[in-house]
Ligand binder design. Structure first.
Ligand code: FMN
Length: 233
């Protein structure tokens, strides 16, 4: 490790430089390069295959790997459909804003190519369901259909949209409350989910994906709980 004196007003400090690492300030990157780098850093990401309806009732289906679960009381999830390259909202964002309802479907290896077909920029009003060949199944608490081929579907109601930035590739964190789960009996044979039966896929940077198949999985129990309030002695 090198220790160098950095004097750039208003910061004057010692900085530790590790020659094996490249330091990158995102303010010096193009937005496309920052996006590419982020996709490699935050990986592998699960894929939220998101089903929505336009206000006129036209179905839409698109994958989003900017996707996370964020709480359990109540259960909540977030996706981020970026503002598109022309500076407008993607159809999914437009539909969720207008209707407040959507279904997130988990993507498995056998769904991968059809999911990719659905990600193409089909014109507003053209149904990715038909283009990609997925089967719509009715939801319970929201109007958009779930994907029958998916082992897990999560019905969501919009809680809040937090937009960060402006213009192309800016983030739109769509936070949803989970109002209903669908779980295939295939992956939950005896009332417990068996992850070895799911065959999840996840997105990484570039065109890379990961497959969480049997050989890639391992178990590691959590360390024993330490009672924080245990009396001294
Ligand atoms: C695996 C995968 C993950 C994707 N993740 C995102 C994402 O998190 N955010 C995003 O804005 N676009 C993402 N995309 C691109 C969108 O799916 C694509 O822009 C799509 O056309 C949006 O559809 P819509 O306009 O019907 O909403 C992803 C594409 C693929 C194939």
């Amino acid at each position: 490790m090198l220790r160098v004196w950095v004097a750039s007003w208003p910061l004057v400090r010692w900085e530790e430089i590790v020659p094996e690492f490249l330091g990158i300030d995102p303010s010096e990157l193009s937005m496309a390069d920052a996006h590419r780098l982020l996709l490699h850093c935050v990986a592998p990401r699960p894929i939220a295959f998101t089903s929505t309806l336009s206000p006129e009732g036209v179905p839409n289906l698109a994958p989003f790997s900017y996707f996370m679960a964020g709480g359990a009381n109540p259960p909540s999830v977030a996706i981020s459909p970026l503002t598109d390259r022309a500076g407008g909202p993607k159809d999914t964002l437009r539909n969720i804003r207008a209707t407040g309802e959507y279904v997130i479907n988990v993507v498995t290896y056998s769904m991968r190519e059809r999911m990719n077909t659905a990600s193409a920029e089909w014109p507003y009003g053209i149904s990715e369901w038909e283009q990609a060949g997925f089967t719509p199944a009715p939801s319970v608490k929201v109007r958009p259909h779930r994907v029958l081929e998916s082992p897990f579907a999560i019905e969501c109601r919009l809680y809040q949209i937090v937009s960060h930035g402006e213009g192309p590739l800016s983030g739109n964190y769509v936070i949803g409350e989970v109002v209903y789960f669908h779980v295939s009996r295939e992956v939950m044979p005896e009332g417990v989910i068996d992850v070895r039966r799911v065959d999840y896929i996840a997105r990484m940077g570039g065109d890379w994906y990961a497959r969480a198949s049997r050989e890639a999985l391992f178990e590691m129990p959590r360390p024993p709980r330490v009672e924080k309030d245990a009396p001294a002695g």
